[in-house]
Design a protein around this ligand. Structure first.
Ligand code: ZN
Length: 155
């Protein structure tokens, strides 16, 4: 029986995205402890049991110089934390703000955010927006980041 769709259709994209997510889950980035962190914050998602430990060191302009991200949680939360680590280290304050608002827009189903190249592997999490209970899993590292940023900048 002939299958609908040709190479490059959304079906292939789905499996590509699944591979990206699983790869980050199996090989999470950012677990190495950092010295002289400006803020250490823990986030918790009681709906799923996800836990995020985040330490950041600010750059001179209020962006992130270094970070440590350690997630104990589901695939979505772990992948989101690992991808976040890759995107935020060395990121300027302006880029961070853009990233946060683009990701939030994507989680609320905004299609234009998902085509934003600056989002990198984060675009692989677009499908999560269709599952409201999982949005909190994907968002947890990012809401923890917002908390850490305001704590670090408030010093
Ligand atoms: Zn979760």
């Amino acid at each position: 029986m002939a299958r609908e769709g040709q190479p490059g259709t959304s079906m292939d994209l789905d499996s590509l995205y699944r591979d990206i997510i699983l790869d980050h889950y199996k090989h999470p980035q950012g677990k190495t402890p950092i010295e002289d962190a400006d803020a250490s914050v823990e986030g918790f998602n009681p709906l799923c049991g996800d836990e995020v430990e985040l330490c950041i060191k600010l750059s001179d302009d209020g962006g992130v110089d270094k970070a440590r991200v350690a997630v104990q949680g589901c695939t979505i939360c772990s992948a989101s934390g690992s991808i976040m680590y890759e995107l935020i280290c060395g990121s300027s304050r302006e880029n961070l703000d853009d990233l946060l608002s683009s990701f939030r827009a994507m989680m609320h189903g905004g299609p234009e955010a998902a085509s934003d190249r600056a989002m990198g592997d984060l675009r692989a999490l677009q499908g999560v927006s269709k599952f409201p209970v999982r949005i909190k899993c994907a968002m947890l590292p990012w809401t923890t980041l917002e908390e850490a940023l305001s704590e670090a900048r408030g010093r």
